[in-house]
Design a protein around this ligand. Sequence first.
Ligand code: HEC
Length: 294
Amino acid sequence: MRIEDYASPEELKRLGTVFMTVLVGLCVVALFEFIVVPSLRIANRPPSGADIPQQGATGWLDPTEYPAVRGYVVPPVDPKTVLTASPELVQRGQELYAKNCVQCHGPDGLGDGASALTMDPRPRNFSQAAGWKNGSGLVGIFKTLAGGIPGGGMAAFDFIRAKDRMALAHFVQSKAMFQRPPEDAAALAALAKTFASAGEVVSNKIPVSLAMKKLVEEYSAPKPLVFSGVTARVVTDPERAAVWLRNSTAWRGGPKALAEAVMAQAPGNGFAVESAGLSPAEWGSLFSEVRRTF
Ligand code: HEC
């Protein structure tokens, strides 16, 4: 018994087509169910608390949102510990070099980093004697790192602490394959002196959003002052008086100037017209009172 006995070839063909169509349809539905629907679900899931980036937290991608850091003073260092190369210094220099310099100067300091090809002038090749503008000595390299080379691609790295810049200079020198000219003794002594005498101040660092907040606070309308003593008696509108005192320079010459300036504009400036009756002594104490705040 064969299937041809029941259906003509045309009918079989038709059935085959229907079968294939249904199969393809099922595949499409399955694809939709197993791939599209789950990913839509994941994409539309409301963020859980842990996923919301917190300001200042690590992982927050806005580069201006670094956490606030209080400034500090790095105590002066013994020049000997930074002016002579030690394995630790060179090691420290190498770490900093890998982070800050390698993309231009290349892993071996040959001036062949990934960004070097398009640069003109090319980054310095530390292994060779040619081309140094500030010089290949410690003083010269330190100067380059502090101020950069104007007009070229070499920026200042003054955000790196002085001691670390010195470590970088030693690392740069460790790449030299030439006889360095002798160091200028006077310049080296001067450099040593700055290390010995100056503690380095590392300033406070706050995220940009906090800085903006502070700026807005600073420039918004002044808080109405609490006036006491004589001022409490003669000020009718503390808010207006505060704005006037802050913006006007006419009164700053002394009690007499204050009396004249106040009376010229009272009561528009927040002072009472009756202040005209104040004695010179009272103007004096009024002056010292407002002077303290404005
Ligand atoms: C963006 C690329 C770039 C980066 C990053 C860079 N440099 Fe340079 N550097 C240059 C270029 C370009 C020159 C050559 C400038 C010139 O000749 O005017 C140069 C020159 C120098 C010189 C030679 C100065 C002289 O006396 O002629 C020193 C030393 C140096 N760089 C050290 C460093 C160190 C150390 C770092 C990392 C802290 C660094 N550079 C990072 C591009 C770079």
